[in-house]
Design a protein around this ligand. Sequence first.
Ligand SMILES: Nc1ncnc2c1ncn2[C@@H]1O[C@H](COP(=O)(O)OP(=O)(O)OP(=O)(O)O)[C@@H](O)[C@H]1O
Ligand SMILES: [Mg+2]
Length: 250
Amino acid sequence: MIFFRGVSKTFGRHAVLDDLDLHIERGKITFIIGKSGEGKSVTLKHIIGLMRPDAGTVIVDGVDLGSLGEGELLALRKNFGVLFQQAALFDHLNVFENVLFPLEEQGAGLSRALREQRAEEVLALINMLSVRDKYPGELSTGEKKRVGLARALSSKPAVLLYDEPTTGMDPLVSEMIDKLIVEVNAHDPQMTSVVISHDLKAAMATAERIIMLYKGRGILSGSPQEFRNSSDPVVRQFFAGRVEGPMEFF
Ligand SMILES: Nc1ncnc2c1ncn2[C@@H]1O[C@H](COP(=O)(O)OP(=O)(O)OP(=O)(O)O)[C@@H](O)[C@H]1O
Ligand SMILES: [Mg+2]
């Protein structure tokens, strides 16, 4: 579904992505893991063409993003549901209107009544119907994330990208969100989910494939089992620090 071939991205003198190759398979849940500042969010922004590489190519569903203009990129982004790291809700819209927004924008061939029904369905799914009339400024961080998730899901995109969906949440809500990611992905065999995380434990429990970023490259790409069995020293270090030590980084 998604290929990076030799992708490099430098900010000033800081090479964040350095000749990065990666492959994200259709229909699976792939976790991209790595420490803070390793370029996970930058990678996500390349997948949707919000950032363009200095060198290399990003191919999504057979299309080289480098060959697309802004208008074509906008059209392509309609296939993606994105939960940004900071939730990025529209502050002037209430919860219900936020979730309705992608459906209205894309029309999706649905009547107003059906769009509203769909928005209610996804809010019910994340247990947030009771706050449908609140504005983002009135929500907790965790609630904002859940509304962001509902908004990403509402138009039933082919690819869901989650940037740190559970960071800063209590363990119960984190677990609920991890379960939701699995449920949503299982619902449609073609659905591709990409979860960016520094939580190795969640990756081991939820991912079908894991890609680990280190110094701008993907140092290992494989199943949770392959990660567990890997003798790569950086992977082993990550395990030692994350699984047996403190889980959170912030
Ligand atoms: N627009 C930008 N301009 C300049 N530098 C940037 C920009 N975006 C990201 N960077 C730099 O690129 C590096 C990687 O950032 P990125 O946000 O991808 O990290 P991350 O792996 O998502 O970290 P975290 O786990 O903290 O979210 C950082 O050093 C950051 O400062
Ligand atoms: Mg990030």
